[in-house]
Design a protein around this ligand. Sequence first.
Ligand SMILES: [Zn+2]
Ligand SMILES: [Zn+2]
Ligand SMILES: [Zn+2]
Ligand SMILES: [Zn+2]
Ligand SMILES: [Zn+2]
Ligand SMILES: [Zn+2]
Length: 415
Amino acid sequence: MAGEGSAAAFDDEAEPTVTIGEYIEGIEAEELEADLVLGGDDGKECTYGGGYLKRQAVFSCLTCVPAGVGGVCTACSLACHDGHEVVELWTKRKFRCDCGNSKFGGHPCKLCPEKDPENSANSYNHNFKGSYCTCGRPYPDPEAKEQVEMIQCCICEDWFHEDHIGLNSIEEIPHDEEGEPLYEDFICQKCSPDCYFLKLYPDTVWASRTQNSVSQASTTDSTVMDGGPSHDNIEKRENGSLANHLNCENTYGDDNCPKDNAAPEKAILDDSSDRKCKLGMDIGTNTTLVDSEKKLPFFMSKGWREVICRCETCTNFYGEQGVAYLIDKDDSIEEYEKVAKQKREKKLEQQEGAEANFLNSLDHVQKIEILSGINDMKNEFQSFLESFDPTKPVTSEDIKAVFENLAKKKRQRLS
Ligand SMILES: [Zn+2]
Ligand SMILES: [Zn+2]
Ligand SMILES: [Zn+2]
Ligand SMILES: [Zn+2]
Ligand SMILES: [Zn+2]
Ligand SMILES: [Zn+2]
């Protein structure tokens, strides 16, 4: 069947298959994604003056700093490192722009040249060299058949392939049926000993593949808790706070269950006062925390950061462990993205306002000229859309035709 007919059919199939709706949605989604990473930063000014920002998008320029021990802000990545080999690191906490400082081998910063020779509080993991995960591969990985998404540890901020985080199967990662994460934060194997104190908390802070809920807790079967406390004990300790004893069978395989024999007793949270410790203990001296040998990745449930205790003792302990940022609302990606979304909405509003102001500043003739241009565009698109089944793919030929017709109209009016 090598006739002309089948060749034509093949051509049709080779056309890009995107509908107008999908095309516009795609552009908007890309813009939103970019705005979320940039945190609503318009990328015009170097952020150095703001000091160590709680969170910002960071880039590493391997042309200027091949050793990967320097990072620059968004504006600098654009203004000072255009055409260089720049690695996008997504967001990092407590980072100050290094652009043009002593690490940059004489390459000056065009936006903010007056900088200290070094930012001593910056830290640089291997992401700054362009490698990620325990496997140290680049992203995107030129040798991978398919680019898979990676997950970021909320402590060290390195990125990991889901199958390299030390679980028996990626099935143990709390995802819903669509593959969307059911967890807010991930803590990698390397960082989990620093966060071992979280094991004192009830299981509501742990993400599970089925949503944590009180009703589920009451139906949870105690038989999965091999070696753990017997059902009777749970009943006695519960005092009505069932949610405190949700088990972890859904999140971790049996071998990985954090509630192993060495796991500390879970506290029943006391929310009665802000000053009193929710855990009712001095976590710094709690001896059940000594067993941090077992390095397991943790998945934390949505809203877990609000649950953890903020009493003086606990707060000091977080400081000693170097994780004080966990109780800072602005540290979470969720908050960062929320602020970014608000800034984006404001920006879009301002853009609309600016367009209206621009029109008002024009004289009558200019207005007519522009408006008729816009109208031509609208009409052309309108008739194009009407002539077209919106669910059908749009090809580059179709788009070209629209603009050719517009050009013709303009010539007609000018002549
Ligand atoms: Zn900068
Ligand atoms: Zn550079
Ligand atoms: Zn710069
Ligand atoms: Zn990996
Ligand atoms: Zn980590
Ligand atoms: Zn406390």
